[in-house]
Design a protein around this ligand. Structure first.
Ligand code: IPE
Ligand code: IPE
Ligand code: MG
Length: 243
């Protein structure tokens, strides 16, 4: 049996459908999604999970109607302002992964302020993936590796899996043990392509605004039933577990 995951990664999907089912605008779904995020962050911290990475806005989400994109930016800004003190009080370290430089200046300031304020905390690390794309992350990593090779800071024989990880936006994190996607779709949508190589995947049809502490515990229970083999046989893994 596996233990608790050290790192949980979540695609928070289904806000729009949650609202549509209630005859509400999609924006109400996003608003309700913030509440679910707060609950899940608190529950993960309570369960002793070391790192939580949540997908809040993908590099492809810019393709949505302009009105929805600007609502999401506003909501993100407002939520950061209102949540950061609570996160800080809970000893949570807040980090952002993604291409932050394309956000409006006031949002970038808020992002920097939240990162700075919580940097010295010692509790759970919360990575918020915004304007994040897995392929974009790798493009950035490879481009920086190429620069360091050119400048003689790096030799070709130093390029290992660990080195590539260290050039990604999740540089000092461990790979997620558990991945959860709500909303019923079973795809990665460009999330953490490099880091999910051996992650246990859990998909649930529950829409994100309905995802709560109990649903999280169900996913953790599901994870606990998985045997992670990393290429070995079940017998080999069982023998190591017995030691
Ligand atoms: C996820 O919910 C939130 C973001 C992508 C910002 P959606 O807005 O994708 O909700 P559905 O998938 O349309 O229901
Ligand atoms: C993935 O959800 C991105 C986030 C939850 C932030 P989408 O709703 O954008 O994914 P697709 O487009 O349906 O794959
Ligand atoms: Mg969606």
């Amino acid at each position: 049996m596996s233990e608790m995951p050290k790192h949980v990664a979540v695609i928070m999907d289904g806000n729009g459908r949650w609202a549509q089912q209630r005859g509400l605008p999609r924006s109400s779904g996003h608003q309700a999604g913030v509440k679910a995020t707060r609950t899940v962050v608190e529950q993960c911290a309570r369960r002793g999970i070391g790192m939580l990475t949540v997908y809040a806005f993908s590099s492809e989400n810019w393709r949505r109607p302009r009105k929805e994109v600007s609502f999401l930016m506003e909501l993100f800004l407002r939520s950061l302002r209102s949540e950061v003190d609570n996160l800080h009080q809970n000893n949570i370290v807040v980090r952002f992964v993604g291409e932050i430089s394309s956000f409006p200046a006031n949002l970038q300031q808020q992002i920097a302020a939240a990162t700075e304020k919580t940097a010295e905390n010692t509790g759970m690390v919360l990575n918020i993936a915004v304007n994040y794309g897995g392929r974009n992350e790798l493009v950035h990593a490879f481009s920086r590796i190429a620069t360091d090779l050119r400048d003689g800071q790096l030799q070709p024989d130093q390029i290992t899996e660990e080195l590539i990880t260290s050039y990604t936006w999740l540089a000092d994190g461990i790979d997620p043990d558990l991945f959860i996607r709500t909303g019923g779709d079973q795809r990665l949508s460009n999330f953490l392509l490099w880091h999910l190589a051996y992650t246990e995947l859990v998909f649930t049809s529950t829409l994100w605004p309905d995802f709560d502490a109990e649903e999280l515990d169900m996913a953790l229970d599901n994870f606990a039933t998985r045997q992670r083999r990393f290429g070995q046989t079940a017998e080999q893994v069982a023998a190591t577990d017995d030691n």
